[in-house]
Design a protein around this ligand. Sequence first.
Ligand SMILES: C[S@@+](CC[C@H](N)C(=O)[O-])C[C@H]1O[C@@H](n2cnc3c(N)ncnc32)[C@H](O)[C@@H]1O
Length: 265
Amino acid sequence: MDDSTRFSGSVPEHYDTGLGPVLFQHYADVLGEEVALSRPHRILETAAGTGISSAAIAAHNPEAELVITDLNDGMLELARTKVPESTRIQVADAQALPFEEGSFDTVACQFGVMFLPDPAAGFSEARRVLAPGGVFLFSVWDSHANNRFAAIVDGLLRERFPDDPPPFYRVPFGMSDVEALRERAQAAGFGRVVIDVLPYETEVASWQGFADGLILGNPLADQVRSRSGDLPALIAATAGRLEAEYGRAPVAIPVQAIVCRAFVR
Ligand SMILES: C[S@@+](CC[C@H](N)C(=O)[O-])C[C@H]1O[C@@H](n2cnc3c(N)ncnc32)[C@H](O)[C@@H]1O
């Protein structure tokens, strides 16, 4: 069965190097600043990954206690190298958090909620561990229409595997309906929800490096292997398609994220 949540094996390294600078660093800085606005004392990060967003949260909130969590230990191993020593690091499923209710002032989650098989549980858990006055700050990717690079990769996968295309590239871009996000948060007990759509022009230094991250830096790699796909050929084809679309690297490409702040009533 295709699993889009297993960021393990060599995935963390390819994710961090190939995707981190292009897709995650800018929005991590935005998230770190946003977290600091409410001057939290206790911050929980869920789906912290390799620590790109964790490092930004730590840098913008140096006085706060920070706990970072993720489902996959291999991702957290890299995160360990990026955060201050005082950071508590723990494997945890965002759908079943091992913390008491009201333990945190802010819960932050950058590009994680789309991976939860039961998103309602993830929103309820964030609400449960927040103290009165707390805020759940989370980001998701906007749709393929607003992240053309992802539509290109997904299109290539459909061409290469017409009978059974790997589903990964529909998951992170599949929770972009702003009103549905607001409803999900409110159904979990949050009050006011503030949502911003954030376009950004991000720099791609090398198509080969970015394509490496796009194919090997997430669970797609296993989905291709299980279909006996040729990973090096797919990376080369991805780099070629992206260069044909955007021109030779270095070049800036448009990406778009949605950042949500859900406040405890
Ligand atoms: C796209 S990465 C985002 C990582 C990091 N926040 C960043 O911005 O670089 C998604 C992360 O969600 C994690 N993840 C997937 N399912 C999860 C779950 N049920 N609970 C917690 N983390 C999960 C993955 O291990 C992966 O690290």
